[in-house]
Design a protein around this ligand. Structure first.
Ligand SMILES: *[C@@H]1O[C@H](CO)[C@@H](O)[C@H](O)[C@H]1NC(C)=O
Ligand SMILES: *[C@@H]1O[C@H](CO)[C@@H](O)[C@H](O)[C@H]1NC(C)=O
Ligand SMILES: *[C@@H]1O[C@H](CO)[C@@H](O)[C@H](O)[C@H]1NC(C)=O
Ligand SMILES: *[C@@H]1O[C@H](CO)[C@@H](O)[C@H](O)[C@H]1NC(C)=O
Ligand SMILES: *[C@@H]1O[C@H](CO)[C@@H](O)[C@H](O)[C@H]1NC(C)=O
Ligand SMILES: *[C@@H]1O[C@H](CO)[C@@H](O)[C@H](O)[C@H]1NC(C)=O
Ligand SMILES: *[C@@H]1O[C@H](CO)[C@@H](O)[C@H](O)[C@H]1NC(C)=O
Ligand SMILES: *[C@@H]1O[C@H](CO)[C@@H](O)[C@H](O)[C@H]1NC(C)=O
Ligand SMILES: *[C@@H]1O[C@H](CO)[C@@H](O)[C@H](O)[C@H]1NC(C)=O
Length: 663
């Protein structure tokens, strides 16, 4: 009872803070068990959040309506455009996988990789060149490496005294989880972020750094020091006086301990603030960046634009009504306002020569909202938010993946008792990741700018993307839903000419790729270039359907291309053949499960894909499956031969490929 009251007070104190991450909640499997955050309302419902069926109505059309026809004039060269972002890569959006669910969505161990996960990563890597995935989150903080677990498990929650609700169970993991990640990187170009546990600065546990560096080598690109340290005091993990200088000290302790063990120290990440109780400036003002400049590979924050905590916990007031919240997500202001507190910091990061990363985000903390997080509206929100972050000089953003108990997953593995007959479920925001990757391309040389087009209407945002200094793509969002077509909008794009002082340069035609669904409330009937990942329990991680891009003839005489953006929808306009070719992989390496090795669920490569992928961008496509021979594995101490896997893969693929990858 005392505990309950304490929690109530804590949470009540939080309720005025807008975006809250409650410790022990987001995407974790111990919701509803007797942990510090458990309350009776938190028990998993028979139908998990990930499969929630709620469909929301689109919000009413805005009044006054934005114009449904307007022009934008864009210089052909970046030199004619002010305020373009830093150079961006298509790997802008990556994923943050809660450590406790890694075995559900990534794989059970080094030989038991989830084929749908490989396929999904392959889709992104083929567009972006690579994918950044973090394995961590709240559960990394109590993680402890053990050399083995019962039943050969790679991750397990420590059994705790259920009569003591404040005891947070440790997350036990074995090096096997790191072999799993390494084996994945030898197949698809996935780069990993991990985190050093910091729940107790007198017990710094560096095994994840030691084993991680040894097993992953260069595929480990960052080690987080502390997760949301601005909430440590609030959550009782540190004394109530814990402040930014204490974090400065804790970071130094970890760095010192790593140096003592001769570990690589130039890949550290911080401060990963939730931006709940501290502002980033409070950390910058401690001299953090200068003090650890050699160690910091990037500066990080974590933030969710909204929270659904009241639906789960007492003390937050009345639960928010998803239908009422929905309109907020269908508005450019949502992304702009989420990013605003970080604009000073992205500039400071630039001055310090450090990338600035939104290390964990999604539609709402405490698991997201039913109806919103699972909707096409969320896909449009995530697209606009991602592009706005890129335009605001963030370098990456990681969308969080929780377990069965959250609404916002970009992808969800079936419940473990149903894996033998169900496929995966892909969430709408996964399409946003593909679309952002294609918008920015794979050159690392894209610069983007928010156009604030259509008199700055928040319902019709647009972005221009310059690549290698030339206008390459235009990205256009329509947040409204209107089946009548009256609120589709047509933008007349003029390149050069007019007042630009540059010669007219509108191409003869442009290609347009659409992300569409009948309504912002839609959950599964979503297509990207006419391709889909399928409905609930239908996804194997490959795109289905024939790719289709519209070709729009331009009026070169009048120097304009008229591009229509449906309500609702997203249009990616390729301003040149090259821009389109670069974004669209000729083919993607896919992974299935050989019937022969089904019990082991060994990843296999489709022989047909191996055979056909040599044309066009062939060798690039094969990056994931051929690179390890030359780079990834061979040089690593203690990393068993990756070459063997290739042999096994090709051998198995030659036997048969069944595209129903299952565990
Ligand atoms: C799988 O487990 C969940 C949760 O315990 C349960 O609701 C569901 O019915 C189970 N499915 C089968 C096929 O047993
Ligand atoms: C993958 O990881 C396992 C560890 O379980 C290791 O034994 C195996 O050799 C690895 N596979 C390859 C091809 O490297
Ligand atoms: C990997 O997991 C599978 C399925 O649980 C199991 O059969 C296999 O023995 C495990 N491999 C290792 C190296 O633990
Ligand atoms: C930190 O985590 C470790 C490993 O799970 C656990 O044993 C320890 O009790 C925790 N310490 C604190 C202060 O929470
Ligand atoms: C930006 O951050 C620096 C460092 O904390 C601070 O001195 C400065 O006042 C901030 N500027 C703005 C506009 O917030
Ligand atoms: C992003 O950085 C560029 C280059 O420094 C700068 O011109 C631009 O104003 C920045 N954008 C924002 C939104 O801060
Ligand atoms: C893009 O940047 C990444 C990370 O620095 C690098 O590995 C990759 O080779 C670069 N790609 C190109 C096309 O330069
Ligand atoms: C799916 O949505 C499209 C519009 O995006 C619509 O034309 C089609 O009829 C819908 N299909 C189903 C099965 O609802
Ligand atoms: C879209 O894909 C379907 C197959 O899912 C195909 O039948 C149809 O022709 C494609 N549409 C276009 C315009 O290519």
């Amino acid at each position: 009872m005392a505990i309950h009251t304490l929690l109530f007070t804590l949470f009540a104190a939080l309720s005025s803070v807008r975006a809250i991450t409650v410790y022990g909640q987001t995407g974790q499997q111990h919701i509803g068990t007797a942990t510090a955050t458990g309350t009776s309302s938190a028990a998993p419902t028979p139908t998990s959040a990930a499969y929630d069926a709620r469909i929301l109505n689109p919000p009413p059309l805005p009044s006054p309506l934005p114009a449904n026809q307007f022009g934008i004039q864009l210089p052909a060269q970046a030199s004619g455009m002010n305020g373009l972002s830093i150079m961006q890569s298509g790997a802008f959006y990556g994923f943050s996988v809660e450590m406790s669910v890694a075995t559900q969505v990534i794989g059970l161990n080094g030989t038991h990789i989830q084929p749908p996960f490989l396929n999904l990563m392959s889709l992104v890597a083929d567009r972006a060149g690579r994918v950044h995935v973090r394995v961590g989150g709240n559960t990394q903080e109590t993680a402890r490496l053990v050399l083995s677990l019962d039943d050969g498990k790679a991750i397990e929650k420590q059994k705790v005294d259920t009569n003591n609700p404040t005891q947070t169970p440790a997350l036990l993991f074995t090096p096997e989880i790191l072999y799993l990640l390494a084996n994945i990187s030898s197949l698809v170009n996935v780069k990993w972020y991990l985190g050093v546990p910091l729940n107790d600065s007198s017990d710094i546990r560096l095994e994840i750094a030691q084993y991680g560096q040894q097993i992953l080598g260069d595929d480990l690109i960052g080690l987080q020091v502390g997760n949301e340290p601005d909430l440590y005091a609030r959550h009782g993990h540190r004394p109530s006086t814990y402040g930014p200088y204490d974090y400065l000290g804790d970071f130094g302790s970890v760095l010192g301990a790593m140096k003592n063990q001769n570990l690589r120290t130039d890949i550290l990440l911080g401060p990963s603030l939730a931006t709940g109780d501290w502002t980033p400036e409070m950390v910058w003002d401690t001299g953090f960046i200068n003090a650890y400049s050699d160690a910091l590979t990037a500066l990080t924050v974590e933030h969710y634009p909204d929270d659904n905590c009241a639906a789960l916990y007492a003390g937050f007031g009345d639960p928010k009504d998803p239908q009422a919240e929905f309109a907020k997500y269908l508005d450019h202001s949502m992304g702009v306002n989420t990013i605003q507190p970080y604009l000073n910091s992205t500039m400071i990061a630039q001055q310090a020569g450090k990338p600035f990363i939104m290390f964990e985000t999604n539609s709402a903390s405490c698991g997201g909202f039913p109806g919103i997080s699972t909707s096409f509206g969320a896909a449009l929100w995530a697209l606009d938010y991602g592009l706005e972050m890129a335009a605001s000089n963030f370098s990456h953003a990681l969308l969080h993946v929780g377990g069965q108990n959250v609404y916002y997953n970009p992808f969800t593995a079936p419940p473990t008792n149903e894996t033998s007959y169900h496929e995966w479920t892909v969430g709408p925001i996964f399409y946003s990741v593909l679309a952002v990757a294609e918008t920015l391309g794979n050159s690392n040389k894209s610069q983007i700018k928010d156009l604030w087009q259509n008199s700055g209407s928040v319902y019709t945002p647009g972005y221009a993307i310059y690549e290698n200094g030339n206008l390459a793509r235009v990205a256009l969002v329509n947040f409204m839903t209107d089946p009548s077509g009256a609120n589709d909008y047509t933008v007349s794009i003029s390149v050069g000419g007019g007042e630009s002082g540059q010669p007219a340069a509108t191409p003869a035609s442009v290609q347009v790729k659409y992300l569409v669904a009948p309504s912002v409330g839609e959950k599964f009937n979503i297509t990207w270039g006419n391709q889909t990942l399928g409905g609930q329990f239908e996804a194997d991680g490959t795109l289905k359907g024939d790719l289709h891009l519209e070709t729009v003839q331009c009026d070169q005489q009048n120097n304009v291309c008229n591009v229509k953006v449906p309500a609702p929808g997203f249009a990616l306009v390729f301003m040149s053949e090259d821009a389109a070719k670069e974004s669209e992989p000729a083919s993607t390496v896919t992974f299935g499960t050989s019937a022969v090795t089904k019990y082991k669920n060994t990843a296999t490569i489709d022989q047909a894909v191996l055979a056909t992928s040599n044309g066009n961008r062939g060798m690039q496509e094969m990056r994931g499956s051929t690179s390890f021979g030359s780079g990834n594995g061979a040089a690593r101490a203690g990393y068993p031969g990756a070459g063997a896997l290739l042999a096994a893969l090709i051998g198995a693929a030659a036997v048969r490929r069944v595209l129903t990858g299952r565990v």
